[in-house]
Design a protein around this ligand. Structure first.
Ligand code: PHE
Length: 338
């Protein structure tokens, strides 16, 4: 016990004898408040003789803990007493309707997108955006899809009267990113895209994509593979098997499709994966040298990988939604969560 210090028992006693919340508040101010006695003692430490400081500090700490815990104990007692009194006086009508809880929650697309953005920003990617109405250069030409080339048909493009294009993919944003940034570049581009599709359970004329682009030196397929595998594991919450198949996209060479073990049958084969045990999930590849060049980057110096996922399909797999139209009408119901 330090000379001139209050006794712990005095403090505890004082808290225990507070008759109501107001008295307890006075107690708190007197001992624990900014101008309270314990705080004043702490402040006086600086002027105490150096050899006494450690012992005084420890003693003040004991006082502080004791005061805080005495306050906590008394607070619980007084709260309980107040509640009992209220019940006794009939102030709480247990038959009254309960308070309304707010209805509604974030849309599954928003929920999953937040996870994806979180994942990629953790890896040093930025989120890039661009216009939904594009020109032919950004949507096609710069992506090594020449005018009048049959490859354009793949994207079932809508055109406006002025030959503007509601973008068919967010690859256009990657072109913009390469034009405006200096490598190394790491961006993802989430956004809405438009295609002249007949709408059914798995197709919509307007849906969401999240594309990704990395440009740096010595980039290989191994980097792309690792990036996509960690993404799938993160999003699906478990280590699903993945495989790559060669695929053709004019803006990448080599082009690949990443398949993921079917979450509905765990790879056994079912109607959703058409018996194959795999679901085609993410196309990607190494950025074509012509695409780098069309954005002013020297392909001998820089390489890149790109990928683009149909995001709605991801959302459907994750939340067990079996019809893409559900994502866009008002009757969305989550069936199961993987
Ligand atoms: N842009 C392509 C599409 O919408 C997807 C893709 C992106 C493929 C990047 C390969 C690399 O079909």
């Amino acid at each position: 016990m330090q000379a001139g210090f209050p006794e712990v028992s005095t403090i505890v006693q004082e808290a225990a004898s507070c008759g109501d919340h107001a008295a307890l508040e006075e107690f708190r101010l007197r001992w624990l408040g900014k101008k309270g006695e314990i705080t004043t003692l702490l402040k006086s430490l600086g002027t105490a003789p150096p050899e006494e400081r450690a012992a005084r500090g420890a003693a003040i700490h004991v006082l502080k803990e004791a005061a805080q815990s005495a306050w906590d104990t008394r607070k619980v007692e007084l709260d309980q007493a107040a509640e009992d009194a209220a019940l006794h006086a009939g102030w709480v009508d247990v038959t009254a309707p309960s308070m309304a809880r707010p209805l509604g929650r974030l849309h599954p697309i928003t929920l999953l997108l937040e996870e994806v953005i979180d994942h990629f920003t953790g890896l040093g990617f930025e989120v890039a955006s661009g216009p939904e109405i594009e020109d032919e250069f950004h949507n096609f030409d710069a992506l090594n899809i020449p005018k009048d080339h049959p490859a354009r048909d793949v994207w079932d493009t809508f055109y406006t009267d002025r030959r503007e294009i509601p973008r068919t993919h967010t690859s256009s944003v990657q072109i913009r990113a390469m034009q405006t940034r200096k490598p190394p570049i790491r961006v993802i581009s989430p956004g809405r895209v438009f295609r002249n599709e007949t709408i059914d359970a798995t197709h919509h004329a307007s849906f969401n994509q999240v594309e990704g682009l990395l440009v740096d030196r010595h980039v290989t397929v191994a980097h792309l593979k690792h990036t996509l595998e960690t993404l799938v594991h993160k999003l699906m919450g478990r280590r699903l098997e993945t495989r790559f198949r060669p695929a053709f996209y004019p803006f990448v060479e080599p082009g690949l499709d990443l398949d993921v073990q079917c979450v509905f049958c765990s790879g056994v084969g079912c109607s959703i994966c058409k018996g194959s045990g795999y679901i085609e999930l993410i196309p990607g590849g190494l950025v074509h040298p012509k695409v780098l060049a069309s954005c002013g980057l020297d392909p001998d110096e820089w390489q890149g990988f790109a990928f683009g996922m149909g995001f709605d399909r991801m959302v459907m797999m994750r939340y067990g939604i079996d019809d893409i139209r559900r994502l866009y009408d008002g009757r969305l119901q989550l069936v199961r969560q993987f």
